[in-house]
Design a binder for this molecule. Structure first.
Ligand SMILES: Nc1nc2c(ncn2[C@@H]2O[C@H](COP(=O)(O)OP(=O)(O)OP(=O)(O)O)[C@@H](O)[C@H]2O)c(=O)[nH]1
Length: 491
């Protein structure tokens, strides 16, 4: 797909260059009275210094439109390139995981050709999914007492992955039903089967995304081909017109100059004859000029058609950009809560850490974990649990500074990066947030429910790495839980 987009951009680039090579419009042509103005100047003996033929305003507008369009397509091209790079790396991981499987089942085997052209969104989920699938097969070989915890961890991991999937329609419904079943921690064989079904759904999603992109590029190419042929004909016609008009202008100038000279000689009867001859030539030139104007009209009409095509291409390209942006977003946004996900957190933590090393502005890492969340799921169902997660994520987002970074770390745990905080005042907004969440009037199955969170926070200190700082925040959270929950501990 990237190659096709490269060809589209090259085609547009050629058109823009051809347009730029066309002669500039002279001031006197702007109101369509160029010839009359030239006559006037010549008659007064000034002569015309202006060079080149006309470039109608429509053509100038078209050039600007094409240039804008080209710049935009180049930007999409770059975005696609970046996206593809990420996907390719993830595909490599997926392939490695796959090679570790004891044997590749037939159902999976039939899907493998899909992985050979990793250019659609969604494939990045396959690596972790394959890993889970491999682990679900391993489960069968473990001892019964190990199995329970291992299965719970695996279900949790799969649930996190599902949060990152953003599918609509029937696939979306099937994914939520798989989510419900995972929350109940199914038997080993069912777990492997659910995992395999998720892999199929992701690959099906990629297939439809790929088809959509191919259709878009085919339409874009058709439009471009159409425009190219219209445009070439217009450019040739424009050049012919320009040279015809230049020739007419030269003849008119000659006629008018000769009239001026005759007037200077001022022999009356001879003069009348000469003027009659010149007027005849000028009349002929004028009628030729009218024909040129008609051709010019036709050219303008063709250019208008090209412009209309350009607009429709612009529209299609905007739709494509929208898809690309939302694919990029999907990689970083948690589907359930619509705040940043763990991938986004890892990226941001790295960049904020580097900034902290360079400038030393105080940076706090905060872990927030909902207390006894399992009870909410068990007593009121997982949909109630999901709703609580959404409300709490929104509350965290809305009650901290706009510049603070809020992400769902997984399950019922959130991470906040507080940038440029006053070290003495870290606890104030976090205490306020804790109380705010405690006061949310949740109501499930007609029962008023209070939900609380425990918070562990730390400020980056000299000698810290991201891992050591995260571990300290985790320790603080652990202490908050052990000290009775619903509290903040800053280490
Ligand atoms: N509804 C819902 N539940 C989830 C989701 N992700 C994880 N969970 C549940 O969150 C619960 C987390 O439970 P625990 O890790 O035992 O923690 P807890 O019950 O909050 O207890 P403490 O943290 O010790 O206060 C598990 O029951 C998970 O199934 C999700 O996306 N939606």
């Amino acid at each position: 797909m990237l190659q096709e987009l490269t060809a589209v951009i090259a085609g547009l680039g050629n058109m823009v260059e051809a347009l730029e090579a066309l002669p500039e419009q002279t001031d006197s042509d702007q109101d369509g009275r160029g010839l009359l103005v030239q006559w006037h100047k010549l008659f007064q003996g000034q002569g015309s210094q202006e060079q080149g033929g006309p470039r109608p305003p429509e053509l100038t507008q078209l050039l600007a439109g094409l240039q804008q369009h080209l710049a935009r397509l180049r930007r999409y091209h770059q975005q696609s390139g970046r996206l593809q790079q990420v996907l390719n790396e993830q595909m490599l991981q997926a392939a490695q995981c796959l090679s570790r499987l004891p044997q590749v089942p037939a159902r999976l085997q039939s899907l493998l050709p899909e992985l050979e052209t990793p250019d659609a969104g969604g494939l990045h989920h396959l690596g972790p999914l394959f890993e889970c699938y491999q682990q679900s097969l391993e489960l069968a070989m473990r001892e019964a007492r190990q199995q329970r915890q291992f299965r719970a961890d695996l279900c949790q991991r799969l649930l996190q992955l599902i949060d990152e999937l953003d599918y609509n329609g029937t696939s979306g419904e099937e994914i939520s039903s798989i989510q419900q079943r995972l929350l109940r921690q199914p038997e080993n064989t069912v777990l492997a089967d659910l995992c395999l079904r998720l892999i199929e759904l992701v690959i099906e999603g990629c297939r439809s995304e790929r088809q959509h992109s191919t259709r878009f590029l085919a339409r874009l190419n058709d439009s471009l081909e159409d425009m190219q042929s219209h445009f070439s004909a217009s450019v040739i016609e424009g050049r012919n017109l320009a040279s015809d008009r230049a020739r007419d202008d030269r003849s008119l100038a000659g006629e008018l100059k000769a009239m001026g000279e005759s007037l200077g000689r001022a022999d009356n009867s001879r003069l009348r004859e000469e003027i009659a001859e010149r007027v005849h030539s000028i009349t002929q030139l004028l009628s030729h000029h009218e024909q040129l104007q008609e051709r010019e009209q036709a050219l303008l009409q063709r250019l208008n058609e090209v412009e209309t095509r350009l607009h429709s291409m612009q529209h299609e390209a905007a739709e494509y950009r929208h898809r690309l942006t939302s694919q990029n977003q999907k990689l970083l946004i948690d589907h359930l809560t619509q705040i940043y996900n763990r991938t986004a957190l890892n990226e941001r933590l790295e960049s904020e850490y580097r900034r902290w090393l360079r400038h030393g502005d105080p940076l706090a890492i905060v872990l927030l974990d909902i207390d006894h969340f399992k009870d909410i799921n068990d007593n009121f169902g997982h949909l109630a649990g999901d709703k609580a997660l959404r409300v709490i994520a929104r509350t965290i987002r809305e009650n901290l500074r706009e510049t603070d970074f809020v992400a769902r770390f997984g399950g019922e745990e959130f991470v906040v990066l507080m940038l440029n905080v006053d070290p003495g005042l870290v606890s104030r907004p976090l205490e306020q947030l804790r109380k705010k969440i405690e006061s949310i009037p949740f109501r499930f199955k007609d029962e008023r429910v209070t939900i609380t969170i425990s918070i562990g926070a730390t400020l980056l200190q000299a000698g810290d790495s991201t891992t050591s700082a995260m571990e300290r925040a985790d320790q603080a959270l652990y202490q908050a839980k052990h000290a009775g929950r619903n509290r903040l501990i800053i280490d």
